[in-house]
Design a protein around this ligand. Structure first.
Ligand SMILES: Cc1ncc(COP(=O)(O)O)c(C=O)c1O
Length: 493
């Protein structure tokens, strides 16, 4: 059956500006909508590439790219000698409800740190199933063998990498490669302004120390990355929670209001592939956010750690791409994509670059030269893009699988995000569930999850959990997820 003639999509413009959605994605979206509303049911055959190109007045390449995109998201499948067919979709839970009004609160750092310590300790044990941490595990996710070879070769060719003291700013090659790859997120960066850091965490810490003083107030997304809360607390900073939508991210209207009222000295945000929501802010919202922080002269610390793990190509740009006067400090690392053990991170701190470089020197001097050089070489050799493409397909498929398991085995009324990248799911459990209790019950069954209460300074989200999907899916993992579903059902009696 070929139902695609009924679809309304025709591209009239021959021009495609870099800020518009690419044509193949528009076509993929139109097809996806038709699958959702039943015009293209499971089993339907899509028009052939040639037919579709003719009907929709686009090139063969556009249709092919759209079909490949849908195929990589598991929505259609290619059957040899026959064409593309709509796949039967896994059941999926609805999205979580949009979140919270802002509130001012002191980060509850002890509670957070105690719970993090419990998760970390549990995950050290062999018999434990980790559904909690954002730490991809094993050879499926990292090019460990290639990196190992590079390190080996470098120690032989450049023994001084081990014997000479490493001083900032660190290997030029790596800083150049960071800037070259930053183009894919629309950023024009200067290698001289890149400060290498010990993971993204040190980058965030340096950024906060450079732009704030004790007693200042920092705007955070709600929910936010849990490790920011004890960090803010230790720096003597107050947090304001800013409403954050599970599909569109940080609410820029709320940011504008807070800036007008002069209530923020800095903002920390994850505009591309938010942790834990997995969402990306729409382009116009990012542009407006960049304009606002420049107009109000309030630093925005952009955590771009997961930005390269967006599922859709080309990658949506960073807010930093629209930074006019250097008020955006962008932080990232290669711990999720290349080598967690190398701990190579970086920050481009805009007008605060000098302060950040000074702070880095007096806190940890520099990065290990051998590991920084090996990372630079790997990025230069050209296998990184291919590796990222593979990761994106893998994580998109794993998250679909997780969402399917949630829909089938968790109580009715469970909601979950539909991430646009990364490997994390934010799950809202039905009324009557308690995620802190579920966290403790799961630990007794040797399963670790992240309780939602860790993700906001006010400890809200006590019906939410964060699940990760960055491990090879084994029977043990599936059993653990079913067990978690059972525990949740039991909570509801
Ligand atoms: C949003 C976010 N930012 C920063 C970090 C810290 O990253 P790194 O391990 O590179 O220090 C993490 C780690 O999970 C994270 O999820």
């Amino acid at each position: 059956m070929d139902r695609s003639d009924n679809l309304p999509f025709v591209v009239s413009s021959t021009h495609e500006s870099p800020t518009e959605m690419p044509r193949y994605l528009m076509l993929a979206e139109a097809l996806r909508a038709a699958m959702q509303d039943g015009r293209l049911p499971a089993g339907a055959r899509l028009a052939s590439v040639r037919e579709a190109a003719k009907q929709r007045q686009v090139s063969l390449n556009t249709v092919l790219a759209a079909y490949r995109h849908l195929e990589s998201r598991g929505l259609i499948e290619a059957r040899p000698q026959s064409g593309y067919y709509v796949r039967a979709q896994l059941a999926a839970p609805p999205l979580p409800t949009a979140t919270v009004p802002e509130s001012e609160a002191q980060p509850a750092d002890l509670v957070v740190l105690n719970q993090i310590a419990a998760v970390l300790a549990a995950n050290q044990r062999q018999d434990h199933i980790d559904l909690s941490l954002a730490c991809p595990k094993g050879g499926d996710f990292y090019p460990g063998a290639k990196l190992g070879k590079l390190v080996h070769e470098l120690t032989r060719r450049k023994p001084e990498l081990l014997t000479d003291y490493c001083l900032p700013p660190g290997p030029l090659l790596l800083r150049q490669e960071i800037c070259r790859h930053a183009h894919s997120l629309g950023m024009e960066l200067d290698p001289a302004q890149i400060c290498l850091t010990n993971g993204c965490m040190e980058a965030l810490q340096l950024a906060l120390r450079a732009v704030t003083r004790p007693g200042d107030t920092v705007g955070l997304e709600s929910p936010t990355y849990f490790n920011l809360l004890p960090l803010l607390d230790r720096l003597g900073l107050k947090a304001v929670e800013i409403p954050t939508h599970p599909e569109t991210g940080l609410a820029v209207d709320a940011v504008e209001l807070l800036l007008q009222e002069k209530r923020l000295q800095a903002i920390v945000a994850m505009p591309n592939v938010h942790n834990p929501l997995g969402c990306c802010m729409p382009l116009a919202a990012k542009q407006r956010l960049a304009r606002l922080v420049n107009d109000y002269r309030v630093p925005l610390i952009e955590d771009a750690l997961y930005a390269e793990l967006q599922f859709d190509m080309p990658l949506a740009p960073a807010v930093k791409a629209f930074d006019r006067d250097g008020w955006v400090l962008v932080c990232a690392s290669y711990t999720k994509t290349l080598a967690p053990g190398f701990r190579i991170g970086w920050i481009e701190a805009g007008r605060f670059s000098r302060d950040v470089a000074d702070l880095k020197f007096c806190s940890s001097v520099a990065q290990p030269a051998l590991l920084a050089e090996a990372t630079g070489l790997f990025l230069q050799m050209g296998g990184y893009e291919q590796h990222l493409r593979r990761l994106r397909r893998l994580y998109a498929a794993q998250l679909d699988r997780l969402r399917g398991l949630l829909a089938d085995h968790f109580p009715v009324g469970t909601r979950a995000t539909a991430p646009q990248g990364g490997f994390l799911l934010w799950v809202e459990l039905p009324e009557g569930c308690d995620s802190a209790l579920l966290f403790r019950q799961a630990l007794q069954h040797k399963i670790s999850i992240m309780p939602g209460t860790l993700y906001s300074p006010s400890g809200r989200y006590n019906r939410h959990i964060r699940l990760s999907g960055c491990y090879p899916f084994s029977e043990r993992h599936i059993k653990a997820l079913l067990q978690l579903g059972e525990l949740t059902n039991k909570q509801l009696g």
